[in-house]
Design a protein around this ligand. Structure first.
Ligand code: SAH
Length: 422
């Protein structure tokens, strides 16, 4: 593979690339020579013809070229791609002692723009979401199987994202066997059922691993401080993650709210899988026997709109010692930010009104368009309106397998705040 074509930038537009930002927007381009096809490797040059980067060309996308390397001496060939996969997998080796649900490749952060690879036990789940990366699919799949010793690859590429890149739909089994209805993964001392075919993202919120662990610590700390088991509210619970950890750590009650009945059913299954007070789902493939029930948690599963449910809980006079708010992405672009801001304010205000003094709120936003600073302002506004003085105890983010390149802040989408109510 050698660069057959060149993309020349307009004067001044080389600046972001000089700072190693990996995207070339369509409006930064002056001319394209050599008629590159969709996904072709191009050399990006400044107006003065100086080399800036090797990039993959996406003629249909606003992000017209995605940079793979800023080193002119690099040869973007099969060996280079293999070494990127090898490096990405090696970076997560240590993490895989604690869990077998790991993001192995995170797009730009691993110098493979448009490629996501998550490992769930013996299954790799991929997303090929840019033309450049898609053009090397077979080679990348070979490399992934070799570096991980996995033989099963299931694809969950987003059809809309592929369409924007001029790619036809993908999805389904790419290598090996089809995944069972649910795959069992282990994360620290707990286990979860994951629906690789229909679950959100690639099946599970792998990115919340460290924050799940934090919830366990908070439950133990609160229990010690309060002298009783804490009451936990897990809003937008999906398949139960935060609540399962809270129950395992000794919560008295875990109230889980989600608008999806399917998600709640799997959440119940996850409680059962961990021996936490509900009957096990009849399933195969759970691995070793589940841990012994360690608590007598009381579960409350509520299939409802969280905005309304939070108000209802207040009307019922309910109080909680720990609340998790992990809503879906409220803004997918800048235009939706004002609407998202109102939604974040609403749920945070309602949640803070339910929180006991001394209690903790973990509030998340996975809207990339809502920056960390704005999110904090929104939550601060909610606290004022709720009459809740709070300490900001920690700023939270995705786990180490979702790294953010300092040169690519767009890669950082998940942010959270840990508040303690005074
Ligand atoms: N906290 C979860 C991930 C949350 S994903 C975890 O750690 O696994 C967002 C969840 O919000 C989804 O399960 C979705 O079904 C749910 N959801 C979306 N809109 C909702 C609403 N208005 N009320 C309640 N749940 C909602």
């Amino acid at each position: 593979m050698c660069a057959m074509a060149t993309v020349r930038l307009k004067p001044g537009k080389e600046r972001s690339l000089a700072r190693r930002h990996p995207w070339v927007y369509a409006n930064a381009i002056d001319s394209v020579s050599g008629a590159p096809g969709n996904g072709a490797l191009v050399a990006v040059r400044g107006a003065d013809r100086r080399f800036l980067a090797w990039a993959a060309y996406s003629p249909g996308s606003m992000i017209r070229a995605r940079c793979w390397s800023f080193e002119e001496s690099d040869r973007i060939d099969a060996d280079w791609l293999l070494s990127r996969i090898d490096t990405a997998v090696a970076r997560r080796r240590e993490l895989q002692q604690a869990t077998n649900a790991v993001r192995l490749v995170f797009s730009e952060a691993d110098a493979l723009p448009g490629l996501i690879v998550d490992r769930y036990a013996d299954y790799l789940v991929t997303q090929f979401q840019a033309a450049g990366i898609d053009g090397h699919r077979e080679l990348l799949l070979d490399a992934l199987c070799r570096c991980t010793a996995c033989v099963n690859v299931f694809d969950r590429s987003d059809a809309a994202m592929r369409a924007r890149e001029g790619l036809t739909e993908l999805g389904g089994v790419l290598r090996g066997a089809a995944p069972p209805k649910h795959v069992c993964v282990r994360e620290h001392e707990l286990r979860y059922w994951v629906d690789l075919r229909h679950g959100h993202k690639t099946g599970f919120y792998i990115d919340q691993r460290d924050n799940r662990r934090l919830v366990g610590e908070l439950v133990r700390r609160l229990a010690a401080r309060l002298g009783r088991a804490p009451r936990v509210l897990n809003c937008f619970c999906y398949t139960g993650g935060f609540g399962i950890v809270a129950a395992h750590a000794g919560a008295e009650t875990v109230t889980s709210v989600d608008s999806s009945a399917d998600a709640l059913e799997l959440a119940r299954g996850n409680a059962a899988l961990n021996g936490l007070g509900v009957h096990a789902l009849a399933q195969d493939g759970a691995g070793e026997a589940p841990p012994r029930a360690s608590t007598k948690v009381r579960w409350e599963w509520i299939c409802a709109d969280a905005f309304e449910q939070l108000r209802l809980l207040r009307a019922e006079g309910r109080r909680f010692d720990l609340i998790v708010l992990d809503p879906p992405k409220f803004a997918t672009n800048q235009h939706q930010v004002p609407h998202a801001a109102r939604a974040y304010k609403d749920i945070n205000l309602s949640a803070l009104r339910l929180l006991e003094r001394g209690g903790a709120l973990l509030s998340f936003s996975c809207s990339g368009a809502v920056g960390a600073e704005l999110f904090q302002k929104i939550v601060a506004g909610a606290a004022i309106d709720a009459g809740a003085d709070c300490y900001l105890r920690a700023r939270l983010a995705a786990g180490a397998d979702h790294p953010t390149l300092l040169t690519h802040p767009e890669g950082e989408y998940l942010k959270g705040l840990l508040l303690e109510r005074l």
